[in-house]
Design a protein around this ligand. Sequence first.
Ligand SMILES: Cc1cc2nc3c(=O)[nH]c(=O)nc-3n(C[C@H](O)[C@H](O)[C@H](O)COP(=O)(O)OP(=O)(O)OC[C@H]3O[C@@H](n4cnc5c(N)ncnc54)[C@H](O)[C@@H]3O)c2cc1C
Ligand code: SF4
Length: 439
Amino acid sequence: MPETTKAAVLTEDGRTYAPHEAVIEASRCLMCEDPPCNTGCPASVDVRRFIRKIRFGNFRGAARLIREANIMVGVCGRVCPQEMLCMENCTRAQLDTPIDIAGLQRFAGDVELAGLAPVPEAGAKRDARVAVIGAGPAGLGAAAELAKAGVGVTIFEKADAPGGVLTHGIPPFRLDPAFATDEFSYVERLGVMTKYGAKADPAALLGEGFDAVFVGIGLGRPYTIGLDGEDLDGVHIAGELLARVAAGETPSLGEDVVVIGGGNVAMDAAMTALRLGAANVHLCSLESHEEMPAFRSEIDEVQSEGVAFHTRTMPVRILGESGKVVGYEGVGIRWKTPGLLVPSNAEQIPGTGFGLKADAVIEAIGTGVLDRFEGVETDQRGVIKVDEETMKTSMDRVFAGGDIANGGATAVLAYGEGKRAAGAIIEMLDRESGKGGGA
Ligand SMILES: Cc1cc2nc3c(=O)[nH]c(=O)nc-3n(C[C@H](O)[C@H](O)[C@H](O)COP(=O)(O)OP(=O)(O)OC[C@H]3O[C@@H](n4cnc5c(N)ncnc54)[C@H](O)[C@@H]3O)c2cc1C
Ligand code: SF4
């Protein structure tokens, strides 16, 4: 396949509502008295109100309302697993189908961004400075909320652009990195200072005089399986491969590709392999369909694209010739203890071995913690322990949220945790200035 064709299929498909379609979809909303959609949103978006605004044609007003709660309007409209959040208990489902909340949010975000979103009024300036480490969804949620409350905020981000995994991991056909970067830069319009290429540490920032630090560094160390043949040419770590694709590369994987894993990253890797020109993509997971941790909508999409699933199987080895991958061997498993879905609980079933032809094998078996900070308490995996109400860590004046504190979940949950931490920081600053102690 020529490179230009590959590049084209790697871009977003642009599906969004036309204005009249958005009004029709919004008109299906029952405007529930006590709307379950609102309680399902970790970023506290007032779903019912924004749908009402779309219904009456106030598209920009809808976007503005969402952006007050969550600056990632269009981004969340694209990547949120709405079927397990706002849409999960939508009352309209009792009549026919739930409201397409994410689709409407995406529409509102696109309309607003095209006309440049106005900046909301910030609260009175406070004599306080807060550092945010990481410009992923968690860091952006904390920074936006603090800036709106008049706090001076500086984000330290080791990469060269904001967005975290959303710009460096999610494939461009699901979220256009240029669109995402544009939307994330809204945080700068709120007055937040951003320092890119800046790796930071909370103790050092407190030493520099910041009044508080929010840590939103995500998870950055992909796990590997340790299989025979893992060092062959053609074996890829999903996170690294997806980052290359997000940066605009179109690596050639060959005709036959095996993806190992049952999470969202595995699903993205499988869809990416197809778009890079693979004719046959096999997805091998320990879990059954029902047990897979990936979002249901992603599993359905991958299946509909023709990926072959080999569920309840585990890898045995990767086969090679002349230093290059040529095949994959797996075997069926059962769980020794039902319901405990971890590799150490998998037992091979004799006589169920199978082989697949492979030009590439992509490992997508999870991500662990990359950096730990002296003095900040973590669990065994390195996930930072926090008070769930305030997101405060064991280190004085240091708060944390997002994947580094919840072990890995969703973008909107990370954003919501950043907001929650910001609320607790503001309360702390208020308490201190009320005592006349300043920051
Ligand atoms: C391939 C893939 C697909 C996904 N798909 C979805 C999806 O469809 N929907 C969804 O809701 N979620 C999805 N997720 C999960 C979602 O992306 C994460 O839950 C979310 O990005 C977590 O946000 P975060 O801010 O905690 O961390 P991250 O997004 O990881 O951001 C952390 C940031 O901190 C920076 N950083 C790290 N250490 C330092 C340091 N010491 N100093 C300065 N900066 C530092 C990093 O460079 C990074 O920019 C997906 C994840 C992956 C990997
Ligand atoms: S639950 Fe569904 S029908 Fe009810 S207000 Fe929310 S989106 Fe509308």
